[in-house]
Design a protein around this ligand. Structure first.
Ligand code: HEC
Length: 81
């Protein structure tokens, strides 16, 4: 029974990790979501689309080449929760 519970909680943990996957793709470099939040605030973007534009046209567009548009939008949604 204990084993069952362990597998269940493990599965739930994995599920929550997958659902915040977009954020993970930012945290990989930015270390914490608080940092990303600060940077996003500094761009002044008011929507996911605006954030995509800000990052694509920003001075750090090069470093974000491998980051998908949908990840940026998801990150924005996550931040503005
Ligand atoms: C490959 C590494 C990397 C990844 C992945 C990454 N960033 Fe960045 N990002 C950087 C670096 C380096 C800077 C510039 C240094 C700094 O200010 O921390 C930066 C700066 C920024 C800025 C401000 C710069 C500007 O253009 O105005 C924002 C906003 C930002 N990142 C958002 C994100 C979001 C949202 C994600 C996830 C979808 C993400 N980043 C993923 C490396 C990365």
């Amino acid at each position: 029974m204990k084993k069952c519970l362990a597998i269940l909680t493990g599965g739930l943990f994995l599920l929550s990790a997958v659902s915040s996957w977009a954020v993970e793709s930012c945290v990989k470099c930015h270390k914490s979501m608080d940092k990303v939040k600060e940077l996003v605030k500094a761009t002044g973007a008011k929507s996911g689309d605006e954030l995509v534009k800000a990052i694509r046209g920003g001075k750090k567009a090069g470093v974000h080449k491998a980051v998908k548009d949908e990840d940026i939008k998801k990150a924005f949604a996550e931040i503005s929760k």
